[in-house]
Design a protein around this ligand. Structure first.
Ligand code: ADP
Length: 301
């Protein structure tokens, strides 16, 4: 098949791995820089142009859209959808997952386990906001943060109030969340392909760090999921409408709780920790599903 990976950087581990794994399986794989795609939306026949020429009709597109280019990146994915190209994750699902509030609202509506969470822009009663999620300690998150930046643990109600006031002063949207202490600074990344958990790893934060992000010095190891965790992760992916994603869950004393669903999950950590060929599984999924005009949205979302 002829497959395009939409990625800003062909040198990134995940991009390289996807290209290599696809070629090994006999596919023709091009890495296309998302921001360098341009589109002519006045024509009745939608197309994507790149470096002076029209891109060929691909059988499938693997979008790897970074958080900083969500707006333009999803427009490019949408254009491929309008051309009837099978996109591993659809543009609407990617946009949905990028909005932490929207994601949590959708997940809660479907009854998926979540940490107790409040969100606010300019609360008149900060104390009530804190009390409402169970009181200190609480985790306060900037809505726009990634890789653990903008995620703060406040041990006392006083500290929480000051942090919330400071964020409010910056006009930032925030989440206030129950601190899942019993998770012990670890979270579980479930890698989903085609609605199933295909690999899972436990990420442990560095000594004294409650955030387990690998970018923050966390370490990863393979883990066996409980049935409940497996079902929770698969359901979260389904609610978000993502075929390939990473679902991050915490082990809380009220069962598994979903923290985040990531539409461009990294391959390095999960493949190293589990020894599984996750990139290959993404191609299995493409081979089974990529037929022209299989995108449900057809660019209407
Ligand atoms: P980001 O999207 O920036 O990575 P997350 O919301 O995933 O932010 O938080 C980063 C890390 O902080 C998580 O992987 C987890 O280890 C820890 N963490 C986040 N929220 C909580 C919470 N409510 N209770 C305990 N730990 C948390």
């Amino acid at each position: 098949m002829k497959i395009a990976i939409l990625s800003r950087n062909s040198e990134l581990y995940s991009t390289r791995r996807l290209k290599e794994a696809g070629e090994l399986l006999g596919h023709e794989v091009d890495v296309i820089d998302t921001l360098h795609c341009y589109m002519d939306i006045t024509k009745s026949r939608p197309a994507v142009r790149y470096d002076g020429a029209e891109l060929p009709q691909y059988d499938a597109v693997i979008p790897r859209i970074g958080a900083s280019i969500t707006f333009y990146g999803t427009a490019v994915v949408r254009q491929f959808e309008m051309m009837g190209t099978f996109c591993v994750n659809e543009s609407v699902a990617i946009s949905r997952s990028r909005d932490k509030l929207r994601s949590l609202q959708l997940l809660s509506r479907k009854g998926i386990g979540l940490p107790r969470t409040g969100f606010a822009n300019k609360p008149d009663n900060i104390r009530d906001l804190i009390k409402n999620v169970g009181g200190a300690p609480v985790v306060i998150k900037l809505l726009e943060g990634t890789q653990g930046i903008g995620v703060v643990l406040a041990d006392t109600a006083k500290a929480a109030e000051s942090i919330i006031e400071a964020f409010m002063g910056l006009k930032a949207n925030i989440l206030v969340q129950e601190f899942i202490q019993e998770a012990g600074g670890a979270d579980i990344r479930c890698f989903i392909v085609g609605g199933k958990v295909v690999a899972a790893m436990k990420r442990q934060g560095a000594e004294g760090e409650f955030r387990s992000n690998l970018h923050r010095g966390g370490t990863a190891e393979v883990i066996k999921l409980t049935k409940e965790e497996r079902v929770t992760a698969a359901n979260a992916a389904k609610v978000m409408g993502l075929n390939v994603c990473g679902v991050d869950i915490l082990r809380s004393n009220h069962g598994p709780v979903v923290m985040e669903v990531n539409s461009s999950p990294g391959l390095e950590g999960i493949e190293m920790a589990t020894g599984k060929n996750v990139a290959g599984m993404i191609y299995d999924f493409i081979e089974k599903n990529a037929q022209p005009n299989r995108t449900k949205t057809k660019g209407k979302g």
